[in-house]
Design a protein around this ligand. Sequence first.
Ligand code: DAK
Length: 259
Amino acid sequence: MENQFTIITPQYAKHIALIQINRPKELNALNLETMGEIRDAIKMLDADDAVRVIILTGNEKAFAAGADIKQMANKTAIDMFNIDQFTTWDTIKKTKKPIIAAVSGFALGGGCELVMICDMVIASETARFGQPEINLAIMPGAGGTQRMTRAVGKVIAMEMVLGGRFLTATEALQHGLINKVVPVELYLEEAVLLAKTISTFSPIAIRLAKESVNQAFNSTLDEGLMFERKNFYMCFASEDQKEGMAAFVDKRKADFKGR
Ligand code: DAK
């Protein structure tokens, strides 16, 4: 399926869907329409039982160079308030299925924030991560000060947000922002490999586990442990749990149905 600014392939590989941001001339700058398309695509794929993992990518030169500056330039605070883009970002954040970002080139500003909403990140060695909003006399508005700080720690986050420093892919890996760096010709392939692994597991256990990891950012340790415990019990309500344990005992490969 091809929209104006995104390309959506629900059957990219078995159980794997691909969303490609597609504004190459603007380095995939995220205008309102693009963000709307990404949101709608993710919502659609999240509701599709055939899809177990979503990959979000751009092109070799840019994952996304940020929100569209030209579209934002003349907006007032009340325009921004009325547009209420946060609903779109919150919808993406609520996705139940795992999302893997496959990043090459620039992931800046809103592009970097979009990467950080994803659950895992595979990057090409040319990837560059940054929150350069300070150059425009604004600051990150879609999680850049919060998620970046949690990922890389205070001093590096400060340097990125206040000093406009970009992280190379290797630095991003060292600081815990991403999972893996690979040569540029392999970043999508590597993301697909990771997606394939995840797609063989029980979609129910995957969903409960994703929810539980995310809970770590929103609660005290004791609250998080209690949340985890309930989700752990919940796994035992699934046919997949019976299948997974029976397959182990029978020394065969499990076939998970997501029930
Ligand atoms: N917006 C619009 N156009 C952009 C763009 C952007 N963010 N980034 C690049 N482009 C366009 C350029 O204007 C240029 O277009 P033409 O001049 O050819 O028409 C084309 O893409 C190629 O860019 P360059 O010629 O500049 O390419 P270079 O390789 O020389 O430089 C660069 C690449 C990435 C270093 C440079 O383009 C650059 O600095 N871009 C801006 C990066 C940036 O500042 N990003 C942060 C933007 S602010 C919100 C959520 C999120 C946000 C806001 C609100 N809500 C929920 C409310 C996020 C804000 C941001 O991201």
